[in-house]
Design a protein around this ligand. Structure first.
Ligand SMILES: Nc1ncnc2c1ncn2[C@@H]1O[C@H](COP(=O)(O)OP(=O)(O)OP(=O)(O)O)[C@@H](O)[C@H]1O
Length: 623
């Protein structure tokens, strides 16, 4: 059983992924394929995605799999009629066979009452879209675009339908009322008419609409024809007037703003900025304490430490690392205007804008419990780290009263804010390509860390410690700081990322980092924030939830709704999900190393981009 036998599943995956899989028509049981061992023929998931399978399938094999729940043959080169024998697999919930050359009518669905997802897109299926689809009352996805289906669309009523697409077929006549609420894109490339496309001939004087890719343009130009000259002139004058009003408002605003800029130390502006940042951060870190007033880093320090000698302490020097451009000293830093970014386990982080224009992130460590020498040694180790996926520590300042760390400022903020920040505020959802490259970046950063000093670990891997550059490259932050300060007084968000064997947050291992990384992967895939019972927050224990869903059902149930549109990447997502589950194994020894993880992510990204190319080449060739 591939869903419970991990070894068999891994063997099967690597065989298929590595393209060494040979379809042997003489074998009748998939348990014999690629050396897989299984008992009682109880295969529930059969996935042969994006591999080099071609020709027709020996379908008697599949029809033997009467416990099959998922059949995925996407992006192969299979052809011929899809044998109706799968109608014996009455437990089938998911059928993904898009991107092949299957042809002939669809006659294999009648008994599949459990079907939830049906994706037949990008094939050569023909004939009518059967009204027998209506028996599939649990259907949530019906994708049959880019086939040769003809005739009229039957009245289809699916109470739970979420995704529907019949575009680019040879369908004609009117769209049934039950489908009128679907988007235009679901119907284009046919000769259909009626809502949401143009009105059908006979219903009014407009011409029958030929649904083409340019349907929306066609529609609007038709409508425009009906507008009188006066109306058009009115609209044009109105638009110009609105444009000029907006322009004037913009001009006034710009002038007002530049007026403020002249007084570079306008406290109100800083305060306002800070409030905005604070609000933003509070979404991410509700446990943040109230942040202090906007002001310079120095003033912040004096305010909170009550240290009258702060400026004298400033006589000490900033210690820079590597060949970083030493264009500022500690006085510049202390004079810089500062905005609180957030309060973390080790202290408060500020964004500091230096007078010379450089922007840096400054972390004020609090509760440093170790000796100065030891502390400096540890900071020196952090400063020596040099990897494109780590936030570089540029300098530090150490005095009895103040310990400051100066990092590069990461303009896009944290992954946590991007994934869970308020969705209505113009936040662009992270697409799949970015998410998988972030996953790879984080893995590479941690792998580098683990390779630098024997047994070194990060100890605090979580999405708020992954910062992003303008081009969304991931940079891991907060490494090497775990041993500088005392334990947090209250449970923090890190609890949801903590491996079960970790009882003292300061005693972590590389395998505990792997666990936290696994949770982070799950967060990227599901869009859900991990939480812990201790925090009494709403949320999910991500590893347990993901494992249970994968055991029970098909993993696509788990993915972030924002990822559902990337159907061609589902295979990659499933593989990453599997990796996340491996990383969050209960026993540390069962977790892969960061080196293995990085390799796997690189491979799965490479193989899918290769498959995409191969498949689009193939599609182009056949078109
Ligand atoms: N170099 C940086 N560039 C931009 N923003 C940063 C930088 N470093 C930290 N931040 C932001 O400042 C906030 C506080 O960061 P900090 O690392 O102090 O705490 P945390 O990551 O929230 O919690 P913890 O200390 O437990 O890791 C976070 O929201 C983070 O996104």
């Amino acid at each position: 059983d591939l869903t419970t036998d991990r070894t068999a599943l891994l063997a099967f995956r690597s065989a298929v992924g590595g393209r060494t899989f040979i379809w042997n028509t003489s074998t009748t049981s998939p348990c014999n394929w690629a050396g897989i061992q299984c008992e009682n023929n109880r295969v529930t998931v059969l996935r042969l995605p994006a591999s080099a399978l071609s020709g027709t399938l020996p379908m008697n094999t599949i029809s033997n799999l009467t416990r099959l729940r998922t059949l995925s043959l996407r992006l192969n080169r299979l052809s011929g009629p899809l044998p109706y024998d799968i109608s014996k697999c009455v437990e089938l919930r998911n059928v993904y066979i898009q991107g092949n050359f299957f042809s002939g009518p669809v006659t294999f669905l009648s008994g599949l009452h459990s079907l939830v997802r049906l994706n037949l897109a990008d094939n050569n299926f023909s004939g009518n879209i059967p009204s027998a689809f209506n028996n599939l009352t649990r259907l949530r996805t019906l994708l049959v675009q880019k086939n040769q289906f003809s005739g009229s669309l039957p009245e289809l009523k699916f109470p739970n339908l979420e995704q529907f697409n019949v575009s680019f077929n040879k369908l004609n006549e009117s769209i049934p009322r039950s489908l009128g609420a679907m988007p235009v894109s679901a119907f284009i490339g046919n000769s259909l008419c009626g809502k949401p496309l143009n009105v059908c001939p006979g219903n009014n004087m407009t011409e029958p609409a030929i649904a083409t890719a340019g349907i929306e343009v066609g529609n609007s130009s038709n409508k425009k024809k009906k507008l009188s000259g006066g109306a058009i002139a009115g609209i044009a004058i109105g638009s110009i007037a609105v444009f000029f009003i907006l322009l004037s408002i913009l001009f006034v605003l710009c002038r007002a703003k530049s007026g403020k800029k002249m007084k570079s130390f306008d406290v109100q502006t800083i305060k306002k900025q800070e409030t905005e940042v604070t609000e933003e951060k509070q979404i991410e870190k509700p446990e943040n304490e109230g942040v202090s007033n906007g002001n310079s880093v120095a003033t912040q320090a004096v305010l909170s430490s009550g240290d009258e000698n702060w400026v004298e302490n400033g006589a000490k020097k900033l210690v820079f690392f590597g060949d970083y451009n030493k264009t500022f000293d500690v006085e510049d830093l202390l004079r810089a205007s500062a905005v609180v970014l957030g309060k973390g386990t080790f202290g408060t982080a500020y964004k500091a804008v230096l007078e010379i224009g450089t922007i840096v992130a400054v972390k004020r460590l609090r509760d440093v419990t170790i000796s100065e020498r030891e502390c400096k040694e540890k900071i020196e180790i952090v400063g020596a780290m040099n990897h494109e996926n780590l936030v570089p520590l540029r300098a530090y300042y150490f005095s009895k009263e103040e310990k400051l760390l100066v990092f590069d400022y990461m303009p896009m903020g944290s992954l946590s804010a991007l994934l869970h920040g308020s969705k209505g505020s113009g936040r662009t959802p992270l697409n799949w390509e970015i998410r998988s490259s972030i996953a790879l970046g984080i893995a590479s950063g941690i792998e580098y860390l683990h390779s630098q000093v024997p047994n070194i670990s990060h100890g605090n891997i979580k999405s708020s410690n992954v910062l992003l550059t303008k081009s969304y490259e991931a940079r891991v932050s907060d490494f090497g700081l775990a041993n500088l300060v005392g334990p947090p007084s209250s449970p923090t968000r890190v609890a949801g990322y903590r491996a079960p064997e970790v009882t003292d947050p300061r005693k972590v291992s590389q395998k505990a980092d792997v666990y936290s990384f696994g949770v982070l992967l799950l967060e990227l895939l599901t869009g859900k924030a991990p939480t812990h019972a201790l925090l009494n927050e709403e949320g999910v224990d991500l590893p347990r939830w993901a494992q249970s869903v994968v055991r029970e059902e098909w993993p696509s149930e788990v993915f972030d709704i924002e990822l559902l549109r990337y159907q061609t990447a589902e295979e990659e997502m499933v593989q990453l999900l599997q990796l996340a589950i491996d990383c969050t194994a209960q026993y540390p020894d069962n977790r892969p190393s960061m080196t293995e993880i990085t390799k796997q992510i690189e491979e799965l990204r490479r193989s899918t981009s290769h498959d995409k190319h191969e498949h689009s080449d193939l599609t182009n060739a056949t078109e």
